[in-house]
Design a protein around this ligand. Sequence first.
Ligand code: PBG
Length: 323
Amino acid sequence: MFPINRNRRLRSSKVIRDLVSENKINLTDLIVPLFIKDGKNIKEEIESMPSYYRMSLDVIEKEVKFLYEIGLKSVLLFVKVSENLKDNKGLEAINPNGLMQRAIKTIKNSVPEMVVITDVALDPYSIYGHDGIVKNNKILNDSTNDVLSKMALSHAKSGADIIAPSDMMDGRIKKIRETLELNKFHETAIMSYSIKYASNFYGPFRDALNSKPNFGDKKTYQMDFRNRDEAFLEVKNDIEEGADIIMIKPGLPYLDIIRDIKENFSCPIAVYQVSGEYSMLKAAAEKGWLDEKKVIIEQLTAFKRAGASMIVSYHSIDIAKSL
Ligand code: PBG
C-alpha cells in the first residue's frame, strides 16, 4: 500500500535494475541461420533482407570461424538449390554429395565445436516450392515422410548435431527418430518445428532460397493462425514421437503460444524470429524510425521472458557485436 510499496525503489539505478532483472539474452542462446549457395567467393545480399547474405562454402568456412570467435556457437543451415536440381522426389535432398551434406562437413571441419542444425523439408528442392511430394495438387504426407527420414539420416551421416524438420507433415518426427535409431545415430537430436503457423511473415526467406510455392499455399500443412488449442496437440504428438526441442514460429506474433507451451510442457523451447520480422525491423531502422540495436535487444528479451530457451535470429551477429 502506498507509500509503503513504491515500485520505483528498485528502478532507481542501473545497478539495482540489473540486480533485480529477471531475464537476459545470452549469446549461447542464439542460433544463426545461414543461407548457402553453390559457387566460389559468393557473398550476395538478399534484397528483401538488408545486410543478410547467401554465401558459398569457401566464404562459409571463414564465416563460422568468425561466428565462433564472437561467441555464436550454433548455426541453422538452409541451402539454395540450383533450379536444374529441383524435382518432385527430393533426390538432391538425399544426395550424399549435395550442397547441404557438403556444407555440414565443411563447417564441422572448420569449427568442430560448432553445433550444426539442419533444415529438413523439401521446399528448397521442390519444383513446386512445397514442403512435400505433390500429386494432383495435393501434398502427400506419408511418402514425404519417407524422403524426410532419408534426408535426416543423410544429414546425420554428414555430421549434423541436430535435425530440424520444418515441413509440418504428420508423424515425421516418429519416422525420423526411428530411422536415426535404427542407424545408430542415438545422439543426433531433433528440434521439431512443432508449432509452425501458415504465416505471411516468411516472404523474404522464400526470396532468399527462391522457394515460393508456385500453386496454392501451405495452409494444408502449416497451422492456422487463428488457433491456439491445436498448438498443444502438435507439441504433445511431437514429444511422444521423440522430439528433443520444440520450436515455435514465427516469434513476435506468437508470444502467447510460447508462454502456453512453457507453462504446460517441460521441454526446451526454441523460437524462430522469422525473415519478415527481421525485414520489418531493418526497414524501420533504415528509415531512422527505430533505434535498431535497442529494439533488437528488447525484442529478443521478450522471447526469453515469454519462455524460450533459445532463439533463432537473423539479428544474432548484430546482438553479439553490441553485447
Ligand atoms: C520451409 C521453411 C520456411 C522457413 C523456414 N523453413 C518457409 C516456409 O515454410 O515457407 C521460414 C523462415 C523465415 O521466414 O525466416 N520449410
